[in-house]
Design a protein around this ligand. Structure first.
Ligand code: OGA
Ligand code: NI
Length: 383
């Protein structure tokens, strides 16, 4: 993107955000919702125009459905958390480098029981296979995004991605409302609650190592997120089989707006790709690993020492895919800006303060747009 474009986007975005912050996002989507799953199950031989990406945005390879991918394929770094926790400095340094260069890594020996990971996957797979009416009862709206949804962004006529999802909140506790979680399958609330608790603990552990790797005290990032009142939520992504996978995307290129994302990928089907320079690396997920990536708030807090990476999801015609994306976020109404310990006269803050509530309206209003939001958020005062 050239400078002129990014200035235009910034102007357009700022105006819209001002409007939306005053009004809030409404209770209604701009047009009737199309469930991707129902399209996929109607035996179409092609995809509706709304799902066809312009040629420049298409993935020019189609995949390679099953894991493991070819052994020599490029992959994101694999990090052993228990080794770091028991004091291995080399592994700790590898995590630091992964955060600086990729903003992405897989974590193994992370302390979450594999049985719980499988149970969470299985419960959500069963949810998506319930009859349509059972899911529609939890249909979401753009005002909070909680519930069963099929689009990100509220622009009328926007191109759409090939996925349905379920979005729910764990923290802060005032936002955790089990009535907004599905009641079927019968164990889904219980399993999801336990899964959320375990992932919050994993998030806390990662926050301490990320702080230490920035050279600040271990509690620093958590203090910046809010020791009380920080956020945790989850987006379960369901990507049905797609009759024309070369024309559509499961999820368009984006960086995650929040703090840390801990993704439980599908255990059979590949599809997540991370941008690295001009290439897209297909994540080759190891059994029982989580894929961790840093969101825009981490890039902002670290004054761009850590990178939030652009990623996307490609689809295939042979197998559906499901992932559980858990988001560990700052308290939503406090200003987030580069840590004061990381800025100096020669190293000025790259980003002005903004609350996460305000920041996430960019993606909630306009949908996934690569890294444009964090890039256009750069302080103009510092050129
Ligand atoms: C997301 C995301 C990747 C995946 O939900 O933000 O990037 O593999 N998901 O589903
Ligand atoms: Ni993402």
């Amino acid at each position: 993107m050239n400078n002129q474009d990014s200035i235009m986007i910034e102007k357009e975005t700022t105006d819209k955000i001002e409007m939306k912050t005053k009004k809030g996002l409404g209770e209604m989507w701009p047009e009737p919702i199309i469930r991707v799953q129902s399209l996929a199950e109607s035996n179409l031989t092609t995809v509706p125009d709304r799902f066809i990406k312009p040629p420049s945005q298409r993935a020019n390879e189609t995949i390679i459905v099953d894991y493991p991918l070819e052994a020599d394929a490029m992959n994101i770094p694999v990090i052993d958390l228990s080794s770091i926790l028991s004091g291995n400095q080399e592994d700790k340094k590898r995590m630091s480098e992964a955060c600086r260069e990729f903003g992405f890594f897989q974590v193994i020996n992370h302390g979450v029981r594999p049985e719980l990971m499988d149970a969470a996957r299985e419960a959500w797979r069963r949810f998506f296979h319930l009859p349509a009416e059972a899911k529609e009862a939890y249909s979401n709206s753009p005002s909070t995004y909680e519930g069963y949804g099929s689009r990100l962004g509220v622009e009328e006529g926007a191109l759409l991605d090939w996925n349905d999802y379920y979005f729910l909140n764990f923290l802060p506790l005032v936002l955790k409302d089990l009535n907004k979680w599905p009641s079927l399958p019968s164990n889904i609330r219980e399993v999801t609650e336990e899964y959320g608790e375990e992932l919050v603990k994993l998030g806390e552990r990662l926050m301490r190592i990320f702080s230490s790797n920035l050279g600040v005290k271990e509690e620093q990032l958590q203090e910046a997120f809010g020791v009380e009142g920080f956020g945790a939520c989850m987006r379960v992504n369901y990507y049905p089989k797609c009759p024309r996978p070369e024309l559509a995307l499961g999820l368009s290129p984006h960086s995650d707006p929040g703090g840390i994302t801990i993704l439980l990928p599908d255990n059979h089907v590949a599809g997540l790709q991370v941008r690295h320079g001009d290439t897209w690396i297909t994540v080759n997920a190891l059994p029982n690993a989580f894929v961790v990536n840093l969101g825009d708030q981490m890039q902002i807090l670290s004054n761009s020492i850590y990178k939030s990476s652009e990623h996307r999801v490609i689809v295939n015609s042979q197998k559906e895919r499901m992932s559980l994306a858990f988001f560990y976020n700052p308290k939503s109404d406090i200003p987030i800006q580069p840590l004061q310990q990381l800025v100096s006269a020669t190293n000025p803050p790259l980003y002005p303060p903004m609350s996460f509530d305000e920041y996430r309206l960019f993606i909630r209003t306009q949908g996934p747009r690569g890294k444009t939001y964090v890039e256009s958020h750069v302080s103009l005062v510092n050129g």
